[in-house]
Design a binder for this molecule. Structure first.
Ligand SMILES: *Cc1c(COP(=O)(O)O)cnc(C)c1O
Length: 476
């Protein structure tokens, strides 16, 4: 083996050897001087030749480095920290496909345990008769929940000899975008209940104006994405009771508990929002939000097998077994389901309470600090889920807005999005912080120091901040 990077000069033994040595030469070149890294690779077409794995790795690694730092991303609800044992388990199980229930029966059994644990946590009165599944996230879970409502309504209407032409669903304009997708993809008319300064969430107010014989259900959000606020499920249910007494319409509730369904059971145990409320037929959550697992897992549980039409369950004969499945996807990672079970075992009720309360404490400390900053006014405090938002005080300087503050914080590495509120309040710009496990008191103090410094800077401006156009920063 010639220990040289230049076979043309040092190799005296002819063409064949020289060809081999060109390959050797490539591996010997230091990583940042190799072909591929030293030259421009095609970005939108497959390259013709191969790269060394280290070279390809370095290129992808370096591009990912340009993304924001996930731990400083205060925009996302999705987990950005898990402990070393979880990381180890993840690496060991990354090859498992959730759909291969025949081949990975233990993973399937663990999936089953997880949704039963959730059914119990959410006070399902008869867990043995409940039904649930994991999904890729809350979006898929919401689609399944919405579809079950639609299917039920259709069955009932057909039995009554009535039209199934125009199903609608009643929801707040502040729902997460997955509900707009549900309505669009599955052809259900959204009956939007507007939010207003007096009714920042769907609270039952004037609900009778929206519910009719074509209503498949009402969505109540536990942890609105804009502000973190809870919709009062018992008040919505009471209003639906009145509507039933007046009209005979028996309208059920689906709870979108993407974030709140993993906070309320631990930190607001007396709040009734779950299966304790009779009208609640199904609940979803994101395992990858306050279920404390890395992205790709969600959950949905139905009150009982009656609430999930059997027509939605597929019985596949798969590699010799009967595999009941209920999902929009076929293949998807199984590792996250194992990670969810790991978190359930690791934390138990005490641990979840400790972690979630820790996030709530940090959120409320932060919101308290922000309420004292000149020019900022809280929209929510972070006392439901550990999420809160603020706005600029009325009469504040026109020289800067919350998008400018967001940009200034980005220079320090913090991702703190500003965005317009939902439709009817779209004139109102708010800025939001999502506190997750991993945002320690120490980091929170550093964040507040940076926010204060940047607000001071902006408040000293004597002319308007130049900007290229607002509204591009928000990720639901
Ligand atoms: C995040 C969120 C969703 C979507 O959940 P994914 O797990 O990201 O698919 C739906 N509803 C609410 C209220 C959310 O906060």
């Amino acid at each position: 083996m010639h220990m040289t990077t230049d076979p043309g000069v040092h190799n005296q033994s002819g063409g064949a050897r020289a060809t081999t040595n060109i390959g050797d030469a490539m591996t010997l070149r230091t990583v940042f001087t190799r072909d591929g890294e030293a030259t421009d690779l095609p970005k939108f077409a497959l390259g013709d030749s191969m790269l060394l794995p280290e070279t390809a790795y370095q290129i992808v690694h370096d591009e990912a480095m340009l993304d924001g730092n996930a731990r400083l991303n205060l925009a996302t609800f999705v987990s950005t920290w898990m402990d070393d044992e979880a990381q180890k388990l993840y690496a060991e199980t990354v090859d498992k496909n959730m759909i291969d229930k025949d081949e990975y029966p233990q993973t399937a059994a663990i999936e089953d345990r997880c949704w039963r644990i959730l059914a119990d946590l959410w006070h399902n009165p008869d867990v043995d008769n409940a039904i649930g599944t994991s999904t890729i996230g809350s979006s898929e879970a919401c689609m399944l929940g919405g579809l079950a409502l639609k299917r039920h309504w259709q069955t009932r209407r057909r039995a009554e000899g009535k039209s199934t032409e125009n199903p609608n669903i009643v929801l707040s304009t502040a729902v997460q975008v997955c509900w707009e997708k549900f309505c669009n993809y599955f052809e259900v008319e959204p009956k939007w209940v507007p939010i207003s300064p007096d009714h920042l969430v769907l609270d039952g107010h004037e609900l009778e104006k929206y519910v009719d014989e074509n209503t498949i259900g009402v969505v109540a959000i536990m942890g609105q994405t804009y502000t973190g606020m809870y919709e009062p499920v018992t008040a919505i249910a009471a209003k639906l009771d009145e509507i039933q007494a007046d009209t005979g319409l028996d309208v059920k509730i689906h709870i979108d508990g993407a974030s709140g369904a993993m906070i309320a059971p631990f930190c607001q145990p007396d709040l009734e929002w779950d299966f304790r409320v009779d009208r609640v037929v199904s609940i979803n959550t994101s395992g990858h939000k306050y279920g404390l697992v890395y992205p790709g897992v969600g959950w949905i549980v139905w009150r009982n097998t009656d609430a999930l039409p059997e027509s939605m369950v597929f019985h596949c004969s798969y590699l010799g077994g009967d595999m009941p499945t209920l999902a929009l996807n076929f293949s998807r990672p199984g590792a996250q389901v194992l990670l969810q079970y790991y978190m359930f075992l690791r934390l138990g009720r005490d641990g979840f309470t400790q972690v979630q309360q820790g996030s709530l404490d940090v959120a409320q400390w932060l919101s308290g600090q922000i309420s004292q900053i000149d020019g900022l006014e809280l929209v929510s405090k972070g006392d439901t889920i550990p999420v809160f938002a603020w706005k600029l005080k009325a009469g504040h300087s026109e020289n800067w807005n919350l998008y400018d503050l967001s940009d200034r914080l980005r220079m320090k590495g913090w991702l703190v999005p500003a965005y317009p509120m939902a439709d009817d309040l779209a004139d109102l710009t708010v800025q939001r912080i999502v506190v997750r496990a991993g945002l320690s008191h120490d980091l929170a103090r550093a964040l507040i120091a940076d926010i204060r410094a940047e607000v001071d800077f902006l408040n000293r401006l004597e002319s308007p901040m130049p900007r290229e156009g607002d509204g591009s920063h928000f990720h639901h």
